[in-house]
Design a protein. Structure first.
Length: 369
């Protein structure tokens, strides 16, 4: 008898002549394994949903899970992790690109919170996660798209991007799903996750007005950062609503730098002694402003009120407590990761995913006497 190739006895089929061996065509049919794509197509769901259903993830409802399991059994689908590795098939990978300088310290907790939230979701969903920083000028010869391809990314989250930064225009045409933190941009593959910065700023400035302050200056962040534009817009809208004139000379860019804020606060208060409050685009700016005012021999809020933004951990402990807008960075990171993965799966995602915030009213803006 002719010797046969070794095959699984349960899959063996004899040829029409009654011999014990399969012909080439039959072997090819048997060697063609059912893939996750076949199961997904049959079930009418994404491949990610199939993977999650078969691996026990809680983001798949029980009815869908049972349907997928039944189809997988019927099609005799068997995941083969070893085979995936040998074929060079890698896990899907997402990245957090920190466009600004990676801070030595993170008093706001935003960078750490974002990273933790993204990592948690990536781990749960079976994605690889990496952190990237903006390339040097020499490396910028490589395009945003090339970076994504070289890193084998299937999705990316961008934080701390300013409108004058490299890659700003290139991101609009991103070929992979891209989620931006605190910045809106037109683009088929681009979405935004942020709080409503304009509304939050409006509420904080209105709080100052309701507490009796009527000559409110603004120490802004970076005019090339969209988040600064939005906070400035909220500041102006609150003044206009309550019948106060917006004085452009009272709006000063501080580059989100406490030392610059300290100097600018001193200069403004010296030149315009009628200023009775400062609305600051960050808590770092607020802390710098308070230091400057103290150097002038002034007290907060007895002489001048100061309000910040981002609610640094330390803000509730210094200078009797600084009024600020609290964000939730960890939850924002979770939302960013869920959004980019949903885009990867081909789901429809709104252009903007709004996040929660809370106005923290403290001693630095208490009722004016």
């Amino acid at each position: 008898m002719e010797k046969c190739d070794k095959i699984d006895i349960n899959l063996w089929k004899s040829d029409k002549s009654g011999g014990g061996c399969m012909d080439k065509q039959e072997k090819e049919v048997l060697n063609k394994r059912t893939t996750i794509h076949d199961v997904a197509h049959e079930a009418g769901v994404s491949m990610t949903t199939v993977s999650h259903a078969l691996n026990g993830y809680k983001d798949v409802n029980e009815q869908t899970r049972q349907k997928i399991v039944e189809i997988a059994r019927r099609l005799d689908y068997m995941p083969d992790e070893a085979g995936r590795s040998l074929r060079g098939i890698q896990k899907k990978k997402i990245a957090l690109l920190i466009a600004g300088e990676l801070p030595e310290e993170d008093p706001s907790g935003i960078t750490y919170g974002l990273t933790s939230g993204i990592y948690k979701v990536a781990q749960k969903m079976g994605y690889e996660f990496t952190i990237l920083t903006m390339p040097s000028n020499k490396q910028l010869k490589i395009s945003f798209g090339q970076i994504c391809k070289r890193k084998k990314l299937t999705g990316i989250i961008v934080f701390d991007l300013a409108m004058d930064m490299p890659y700003y225009e290139q991101i609009k045409n991103s070929e992979i799903p891209c989620v931006l933190v605190d910045i809106a941009m037109d683009g088929d593959n681009v979405r935004e996750v942020s709080i409503d910065n304009e509304k939050a700023s409006f509420e904080e400035v209105e709080h100052l007005i309701e507490n009796g302050y009527c000559n409110i200056a603004m120490l802004s962040g970076n005019k090339m950062a969209q988040v600064s534009e939005r906070r400035e817009s909220g500041y102006k809208r609150a003044l206009e609503k309550h019948g106060f004139r917006v004085r452009e000379e009272w709006i000063v860019d501080c580059q989100f730098d406490p030392s610059t804020a300290m100097q600018k606060a001193m200069e403004l208060k010296h030149r315009y002694p009628e200023i009775d409050a400062f609305f600051c685009a960050s808590d770092g700016i607020a802390i710098g402003a308070i230091d400057g005012l103290m150097q002038l021999g002034m007290q907060v809020p007895q002489d001048v009120a100061v309000a910040g933004f981002d609610d640094f951990t330390i803000s509730k402990y210094i200078h009797g407590g600084i009024t600020s807008v609290k964000q939730y960075p960890y939850e924002m990171g979770v939302a960013c990761a869920n959004t980019v993965i949903s885009m990867i799966d081909g789901n429809r995602v709104p252009d903007w995913i709004p996040m929660e915030y809370k106005l923290m009213k403290r001693a630095s803006t208490k009722l004016k006497l």
